[in-house]
Design a protein around this ligand. Structure first.
Ligand SMILES: [Zn+2]
Length: 123
């Protein structure tokens, strides 16, 4: 397992806030603070360049998170449907790159996530 960082926690909060606390598979409401709602990645957290990318995750309930993680084709279809082909392919290309090709800027990512969270919490 990959260790969960402070930035992962921030990203997870952002994803759940953006979803308004709903499972994005079946629109069931859980609430942004519910343990039953997860931040689910399209390309795994091991792909460092997309680990905290807004297109690379949705809020899913435990059941749909597990379901999609065990059904890769349906998972790809689900994210394709959410993002559209263009965004999905761009995300995939970025996921396949290394941090040598595209340097990571974790400080900038943290700053952007904090701004987004503040914005969403004010709504
Ligand atoms: Zn669900």
């Amino acid at each position: 397992m990959i260790k969960r960082t402070k930035l992962d926690a921030l990203f997870s909060k952002y994803i759940k806030l953006r979803a308004g606390g709903y499972c994005q598979f079946d629109s069931k409401f859980f609430g942004v603070r519910s343990r039953g709602l997860h931040c689910a990645h399209c390309f795994s957290r091991g792909r460092r360049l997309v680990r905290h990318h807004p297109d690379n995750a949705v809020a899913l309930c435990y059941y749909h998170h597990m379901y999609l993680d065990h059904h890769p084709l349906e998972k790809a279809e689900f994210f394709l449907g959410k993002l559209g082909t263009k965004k999905y392919m761009a995300l995939k290309r970025l996921a396949d790159k290394t941090t040598k090709e595209v340097p990571l800027d974790l400080e900038k990512t943290e700053q952007l996530l904090k701004e987004q969270i503040l914005f969403l919490e004010e709504k």
